[in-house]
Design a binder for this molecule. Structure first.
Ligand SMILES: *Cc1c(COP(=O)(O)O)cnc(C)c1O
Length: 399
């Protein structure tokens, strides 16, 4: 039995997400807001109970690296929202990505990934995996012929990200998953840019990874990650890896993320409305060269985006006329929008990918990915839209 945290009935699984994120298992104290269990270990009533816990005859918490009631509360909330059988939280989004890959692949196997990946994900596939004898192949994510070619040989795993960072390219999750499965690969999908509005497991992906640092926490407080997948894969493949290598999320951070998730739907709605408004503003601004927003018909893959995302999300990328000098002048003139490489926060954050998040991949690879010196990535927050508009229009005066 799960001791204290079993006193309240489980919520029905048919609840809508807005309601689901407010369900909390209560301890006998009847607290309304979820309790936090800051403990490394758990004491046993007897030596016999300790033995039975280790043999697996008794289901009980033993050590927080394995599990903890606060972690379980977050994992159950994330699994319910995603529609996944199981969720495993990790100390960071990168902990989630690296665990999903390294738990699954072995020396001599191959991994195929889309080129437009988050910087650290790119490093894992391009640099770390080959070090362990795993072959890694990159393809242009929006080119199905390249996927087909790369997946014409047996493959262990496919890693993709859509919408991609920073230019919000859209990849066809369904078509790529079909090709991957034919090659024997599992599909690991980094859904950091589209929580709630895109359900990769329904489109054919096998594993969804998140940086909960982003929209789930939403208040820019913690670093955390999550891996969502089937019960079988989680128990047989992932947990032996995460539990023994120690990728555990702190219960304190789990609690902060759990609280953040209570307003996730509200924040996403406000941020998405603002992102649509900012997209229109930028499209009508002579200082702007191009705008990339998957929820606007001007996006080159608008139809594909519409088929797999409920809306365009919270991120907008755009090119300022005049290259790096103009991009920097624009950023430096902003007063409400903060310069920060984080995203998914309640506060609007802007970054210049070529000199920050994507600096290390080099000019050639940036060119290939369309990450020009004029490109800015804006994570739109929950501020009043007129304040964001005024901030942007004021910053245009610096150009
Ligand atoms: C932020 C991010 C990560 C890494 O997450 P951390 O919590 O910073 O470790 C991975 N993938 C994507 C797409 C991200 O945006």
């Amino acid at each position: 039995m799960h001791d204290a945290a079993s006193s309240s009935p489980k919520p029905p699984s048919s609840l809508h997400t807005e309601t689901q994120v407010l369900q909390t298992e209560r301890t006998p104290y009847g607290e309304v807001s979820p309790a936090i269990f800051m403990t490394s270990g758990f004491a046993y009533d007897s030596a016999e109970q300790a033995e039975a816990t280790f043999t697996g005859d008794v289901e009980r918490y033993q050590y927080t690296r394995y599990s903890n009631p606060t972690l379980k509360a977050l994992e159950e909330r994330l699994a319910a929202v995603e529609g996944a059988e199981m969720c495993t939280c990790t100390a960071s989004g990168m902990g989630a990505v690296s665990s999903a890959l390294l738990a699954h692949v072995k020396a001599g196997e191959r991994v195929v990934a889309s080129r437009a990946l988050f910087g650290s994900c790119y490093w894992i596939v391009s640099t770390l995996l080959p070090r362990y004898g795993i072959e890694s192949i990159f393809v242009d994510g929006d080119n199905l012929e390249q996927w087909e070619q790369a997946l014409s040989q047996p493959t262990a795993a496919v890693l993709l990200e859509t919408p991609s960072n920073p230019r919000l390219d859209i990849l066809d999750i369904k078509a790529i998953s079909q090709l991957a499965h034919k090659a024997g690969a599992i599909v690991i999908m980094d859904n950091a840019f589209a929580p709630l509005i895109q359900k990769p497991l329904k489109l054919g992906a096998d594993v969804v990874v998140y940086s909960t640092t982003k929209h789930m926490d939403g208040h820019g407080q913690t670093i955390g990650g999550a891996v969502l997948a089937s019960k079988t894969w989680t128990e047989e493949t992932l947990l032996p890896y995460t539990r023994n290598t120690g990728t555990t999320l702190s219960p304190f951070n789990a609690w902060a993320i759990l609280k953040g998730m209570e307003t996730l739907t509200l924040r996403l709605k406000a941020m998405t409305d603002n992102a649509q408004f900012i997209t229109e503003l930028l499209l009508n601004s002579p200082q702007i060269e191009r705008v990339f927003y998957p929820g606007h018909p001007s996006h080159p893959q608008y139809d594909l985006a519409k088929s797999q995302m409920e809306n365009g999300g919270t991120m907008v990328a755009f090119e300022v006329k005049g290259g790096k000098k103009s991009a920097f002048a624009f950023m430096n003139a902003l007063k409400v929008i903060l310069i920060s490489n984080n995203l998914g926060d309640t506060r609007s954050l802007i970054t210049h990918p070529a000199t920050t998040t994507h600096m290390k991949i080099g000019a050639e690879e940036r060119g290939h990915l369309g990450i020009t010196d004029s490109l800015l990535r804006l994570s739109v927050g929950t501020e009043h839209r007129e304040d964001l508009k005024a901030d942007i229009l004021n910053a245009f005066l610096a150009l």
